[in-house]
Ligand binder design. Structure first.
Ligand SMILES: Cc1cc2nc3c(=O)[nH]c(=O)nc-3n(C[C@H](O)[C@H](O)[C@H](O)COP(=O)(O)OP(=O)(O)OC[C@H]3O[C@@H](n4cnc5c(N)ncnc54)[C@H](O)[C@@H]3O)c2cc1C
Length: 286
């Protein structure tokens, strides 16, 4: 296939989305729902009235809390160190990942191609390790990444600041309530090891739009029975992705060497079975 995936920098996405939202972009501070509509009270005094509110406001979703929807949360005990590097060797538009078992159990290093000879790094490490790395001088960070990536891209030079982000898993108990639907990280947060978090949220948006657009004539878009169709359609894909990602995380977190051998044998086998590999590729592209 011509391309397996697109890599878009988060800052570029944010910029494009923010320009589309102006001049409405403002913090929501209160949500009020009654029989006929929902009202959002924004910072600065403005209000928005709508028949349906979509809470796509991230892991700490205000909308989710305001609607009284509980969420199950778990700390992965890891933080992701993110930074950009210039690389000596061409990356050939290839995304690299190294999964570390054994003593470094659960650590995942990803180098993702950016325009020119640049890569974006996401290195998920036990929290203390991540903090140590983030606080190290730029040249030392570059050297560590170079070593861990077996110099696959040659010498690396840090070209951004290094930041660290605490990783956690979250599942909202419900995706819908009267006049309200949750989408994206407001509804589910998964480990970034598979790079599927945003994709899962985009699929939510697509399905929700389909459900609302295909509603019967005269049907209220905020009708909870209608919104349940969205919840039902999304339940299985979200659960499946969460299970795969958490399963991989657990598989690499184990310290036992025989489980490590079994895991490596399983992944090597997957690599040699085109049918299974194609199923996984199709799933990642959907
Ligand atoms: C290190 C790391 C690497 C990742 N890499 C990938 C990857 O390669 N591929 C991938 O698909 N996913 C990846 N993800 C996951 C991805 O970043 C998230 O799934 C995605 O950003 C979620 O998008 P969202 O719009 O649901 O939430 P967010 O990106 O959190 O956006 C929520 C928005 O809501 C706004 N907001 C919050 N509260 C309010 C309020 N009260 N009023 C108004 N606005 C509000 C915020 O300002 C923000 O703009 C990664 C995550 C991490 C941590």
């Amino acid at each position: 296939m011509p391309e397996l995936a697109w890599i878009v920098e988060d800052s570029e996405l944010q910029r494009a989305l923010a320009s589309g939202l102006e001049p409405m972009a403002a913090r929501c501070e209160r949500l009020q729902t009654d029989e006929r509509s929902s009202r959002l009270f924004l910072e600065g005094g403005a209000t928005l009235e709508a028949r349906l509110v979509v809470g796509a406001d991230g892991a700490n979703s205000f909308v989710r809390r305001a609607a009284g929807i509980a969420a199950a949360e778990r700390d992965y005990g890891q933080s992701a160190v993110v930074a950009n590097f210039r690389c000596e060797k061409p990356h050939r538009n290839t995304a690299y990942q190294w999964f570390r078992g054994g003593l470094q159990g659960g650590a995942v290093l990803a180098l993702l191609p950016l325009p020119g000879e640049h890569v974006s790094m996401v290195w998920s490490l036990p929290t203390r390790e991540a903090e140590r790395l983030r606080a190290a001088p730029g040249a030392a960070i570059a050297q560590e990444v170079e070593r861990a990536s077996k110099a696959a891209l040659g010498a690396l030079t840090l070209v951004s600041e290094a930041r660290s982000i605490a990783l956690r898993r979250l599942r909202a108990g419900r995706l819908v309530a009267p006049r309200l639907a949750l989408a994206g990280d407001a509804a589910h947060v998964i480990h970034p090891l598979a790079g599927q978090g945003l994709n899962l949220g985009l699929q939510d948006a697509r399905v929700l739009a389909e459900v609302v657009n295909q509603r019967e004539p005269g049907r209220d878009p905020g009708d909870e029975r209608l919104l349940r169709r969205y919840e039902r359609q999304r339940a299985e894909p979200i659960l499946a992705m969460d299970a795969v990602v958490s399963g991989l995380f657990a598989l690499y977190g184990v310290k036992s060497s025989w489980i490590g051998h079994l895991r490596n044998a399983g992944l090597n086998l997957t690599d040699r079975l085109p049918v299974l590999k194609n199923i996984l590729v199709r799933q990642a592209m959907s």
